[in-house]
Every structure is written in structure tokens, then in C-alpha cells.
Design a protein around this ligand. Structure first.
Ligand code: IDP
Ligand code: MG
Length: 138
């Protein structure tokens, strides 16, 4: 079993569709083994997205991720990282596959509804960024 870190982003929380996103997660065979609603600070968002700090979109990404509450989650499945990336769909919803979360719900390349870790190594870092082991129940 593998874990991945998911974030339901402000655009989805504001539209009150976190349950619809969770249904798609569960229908794909991923189990939500931890979940909480938080409002990220700028410092948290900057540290979480540090790999993107030199990108043109970094400031707008941090502004967006701190604009409203998000739901952070730990998902578990066999090959959870790849399985979640597949059902998330491409970063840009305009080119995401039919039936993916981003194709279904995302508003734009920045307001794209969900985050998912991009490798097992990232997943370990990202899960422990938001959760302590005593908050996760398998
Ligand atoms: P990912 O979320 O599909 O892994 P990344 O390249 O890691 O995509 O980018 C992180 C986030 O930054 C994206 O989900 C999106 O919200 C935002 N982002 C990425 N590329 C752009 C862009 O070209 N313009 C605006 N925002 C972007
Ligand atoms: Mg990424």
C-alpha cells in the first residue's frame, strides 16, 4: 500500500464540491485515511510549493492557495501516487482527459481543483508537511 497527499483547492471548496471530488477519489479505489480543512498561510504555501519558486506563476499560485480554505487529505491505495495523478488529469483542464477530476471541475490552469503528489518521495514529504502520524488511521 502507498500513500499520496491530496489537496482540494480553494476553487472547489468555495464552490462546495468537496464531496463530489471525494466521490471520484473513492470511485477510483483510493481510500481517504486522513482529512482536514485548513486555511494555508503564505509561509506554508511558499514552503509547500518551494520547487516552483522561480516560476512566473509562483506568486499567483501562493495567493490562490491562501485565498480560501482547502481540504488536505492522505489517500491510500496500491500505486496511490500514480493512480491519483491519473484521475486528477492534466494540470491544464483544457487538455485533461474526459472523466478526470480536472476535466470535470477545474476552471483554469491555476484554479484546477486538486493537488496530488508527483512521486512517492514527494508524497512522503507532503504527507508529513500537513499530518502527523497520529492523525492518520488506516
Ligand atoms: P501539478 O499540480 O499538475 O503537479 P505543477 O506543474 O506542479 O502541476 O504546478 C503546480 C500548480 O501551479 C498547478 O496545479 C497550478 O495550480 C499552478 N500552475 C502550473 N502551471 C501554471 C501556469 O502556467 N499558470 C498558472 N498556474 C500554473
Ligand atoms: Mg506538481
Amino acid at each position: 500500500m502507498e500513500r499520496t497527499l491530496s489537496i482540494i483547492k480553494p476553487d472547489a471548496v468555495e464552490r462546495n464540491i468537496t464531496g463530489k471530488v471525494n466521490s471520484m477519489i473513492e470511485d477510483a479505489g483510493l481510500r481517504i485515511i486522513a482529512q482536514k480543512r485548513i486555511h494555508m498561510t503564505a509561509a506554508q504555501a511558499e514552503e509547500f510549493y518551494a520547487e516552483h519558486k522561480d516560476k512566473a506563476f509562483f506568486t499567483s499560485l501562493v495567493d490562490f492557495m491562501t485565498s480560501a480554505p482547502v481540504v488536505v487529505q492522505v489517500l491510500e491505495a496500491e500505486d496511490a501516487v500514480a493512480r491519483y495523478r491519473k484521475i486528477m488529469g492534466a494540470t491544464n483542464p483544457a487538455v485533461a482527459e474526459e472523466g478526470t477530476i480536472r476535466k470535470t471541475f477545474a476552471l483554469s490552469i491555476d484554479k484546477n481543483t486538486v493537488h496530488g503528489s508527483d512521486s512517492p518521495e514527494s508524497a512522503k514529504r507532503e504527507v508529513s508537511f500537513f499530518f502527523s502520524e497520529i492523525e492518520i488511521f488506516e
